[in-house]
Design a binder for this molecule. Sequence first.
Ligand code: IVH
Length: 597
Amino acid sequence: MAHVVPMTSLDNTYDADDLGEFVRRVKDGLPASADPVFCVEPKLDGASIEILYRNGRLEGGSTRGDGLTGEDVTLNLRTMRSLPLTIDHAGPLTLRAEVVIYRRDLERINRERAALGESLFANPRNAASGALRMLDPRVVASRGLRAVVWQVVEGETLAKTHSGALARLAELGLPTARKERICRNLEELLEAVQGLDAARRDFPYETDGAVIKVDEFSQQAILGATAKFPRWAIAYKFGAERATTRVLDIEVGVGRTGVLTPVAILEPVQLAGTVVSRASLHNEQIVGQLDVRIGDEVSIEKAGEIIPQVVSVAHAARQGQERSFSMPTHCPSCGTAVERVPGEVAVRCPNPECPEQVKGAIFHFSRRFAMDVDRLGEALIEQLVAKKAVHDVADLYVLTAETLESLERMGKKSAENVLASIVRSKEQTLDRLLTGLGIEHVGQVAARQLAEAAGSLETLLGWDDAEVVAHVSAIAGFGPKLVESVRSFLADAVKRPLLERLRDLGVSRPQPRAVLTEGPLSGSSFCVTGVLSRRREDVHADIRARGGEVHDKIKQGTTYLVIGEKVGKAKLDAAKKFGTKILTEAELATLLEGNSG
Ligand code: IVH
């Protein structure tokens, strides 16, 4: 696609002198009577695109390409929630924008890629420009790309000034940064630039500088452009959000399920407003790909809001004393010999009494979507496990005020509150308990189906092995993997007595019977994923009310995958594999409306 006007680049400045020089050049290039006003805005670090609206409709879009023509990415732009498909403006509008990925989205994408053993994106820019050119718009949708408009190249009738045009675009519902500042002299310009530098850690996306533009379109036209850059705008670059430090050690953390995760312990270094002293290395394979050793000098970048990544290793700077890392053969928390999970990158500690696993299990149990023991924080769990006051989730229900009061920073009143929240959690229905137990492959939906099939913990425990298999296999959508996971959990030498204790302690209420609804969606099954505009439970309830079935995971036979924002690649791949149709939230809404239950 040819650009209406070539997409050039910006000249860069790095200090006050350079910026002063720019202001002088601008003044020299304009009639003496002109008193130029400048607009200062963030320079977003993403991929630039051109967007065309014609007769109020999003008609097309392209990448920067070589500046004269770019790749057509219309379909991908249409998946971006931030870009309206129609606007209330009939005249032609050609806009330039930056496509960005929010830091928190990148963090999630990298976590998912690490779990799949894929290489990680060093920064949101790489992830954004890669996604923009991908051929599958559904994958693009799952990356959470967003556009932020920074220029109007056609449609100047909107306003006489750049800042006025941006304000008008925002009124039309188009995404703009909304951080513009009007400045009249160098002093104000420097203040605005420094203000953006100081505030940028709080922006959801990465910025690498400020852009200073002459605000009046008529003055921009007089100034014109050189072969490479416009004369009416300039970038002021900030220092990179990257830091160099040393790996002091590589420690290994143990999660709730016993998976071991290597973590680089770093010489503390200032990065993007915080001191960084740890960075997850995700798994053994990633340590190998980076070839990182203890003692190595590394570059770290803050790709996400909190979690810094090691992006590169200065292999050439090695002195010879660096020590390579290998996964321990024994769990660092309890000393049990670790096991490799066949077919996975993960290494696991098999000891269910491992203190780190116990802590993780109790934390999971008390989460809001499970038993919701809201007064039980991580620090408190840590102390309880360290003092051997609790060994498993059932121990929570026999905790005494005395034990709690003996803990650090725990007064009488707080202890009472903690106890009350534990007692309250006994009233949760069986599905919450089953969710909280963290049975492998059993998410919130499967837990509810299992709870509905059994009715109560009492009944569930009354089934013998064969009955478990018979009842659980009969649950819609429960395949052999899930059935075996439930069976082995219920027969486990540690888990079964735990469940029996929970039963004897009166934990969990019976599950209301599922009312089998016959409806227009009977025979169709749905898996709902990603962030939706409504609570996921409510979406499930709407589907069930019309006779539809809800699956936790996509499997052979799942009719629809409903995708919200931030959908993982694994889910989309599975949909492709099983021939599951993809529905956006809006499409689901249409389906539900047409089939009111
Ligand atoms: S104005 C004629 N404004 O930076 C060029 N560019 O180095 C006018 N960018 O290719 C560019 N944020 O991709 C402008 N607020 C902003 C920007 C911005 C990011 C990018 C853009 C451009 C590059 C120039």
